[in-house]
Design a protein around this ligand. Sequence first.
Ligand code: SIN
Ligand code: NI
Length: 259
Amino acid sequence: MSTASAATTLPAESIDSYRRNGYLHVAGVLDAAEVAEAHDAAIALSSTMASRRYKGEPFTQLVNCWQHDERLRALTLDPRIAGLAETLAGVPLRLWHDQTLIKQPQRSTATEFHLDAPYWPHAGGRHWLTAWVALVDVPVERGCMTFLPGSHVDGDFVSVDLENATALFDALPHLRWWPRVTVPLRAGDLTFHHGLTAHAATPNLTDEPRVAHAVIYMDADTRYSGTRHVVADPLGLEPESPFAHELFPRVPGDSRLTP
Ligand code: SIN
Ligand code: NI
């Protein structure tokens, strides 16, 4: 685990660990005031913005919050987080989208094991990763993440129902007995996970909402594959074109990267 003092840079062993395991816990990226501001913004937005619907209730899922709230915009575009992401990915990045994910107390269901990247209409990308930022303390019983370390390395690419507990293991039986790492987070910590790392989250059995904000990045050279996705569908992108659109800014947005 990296420490708070390392929140804007990463030691070589953390980068190695991410590349080997496909996830990394970075502690203390946001301070208490930043957490409180983003948490309050997320809760407020959840009463005005529609959630994507599921069969059960793995989470209240608000997509592209940065387009609706200035405080969440600041978090999604936070150059500290994007800088860490770019260091880990080793390629220039664009924002793909963000998601505020709230597991409602007592009634949320598990987020079952799945891979993220196969859901996305992406072609030619060399990397995808998600910064999953805890906006409350997230012990195991509030819905923390579990990863299958190293499961990204073979590049297995299957899209499964994240409400079906056996779907990933039916599709990729070698993962069924894979060791698992469960990562409780303190508010202000984050984990990064690679788009092909198998992961899941427990239900929230506590009385407090589990509030997390996921910032999802893609290789800046990723092309649009043309398959359906809630973020890309309304935009009229040409298949095989780059994601050169204001919804997908280059991050961390510094002058090393051309617009
Ligand atoms: C969750 O927050 O419950 C799951 C997040 C993810 O699948 O990336
Ligand atoms: Ni996921």
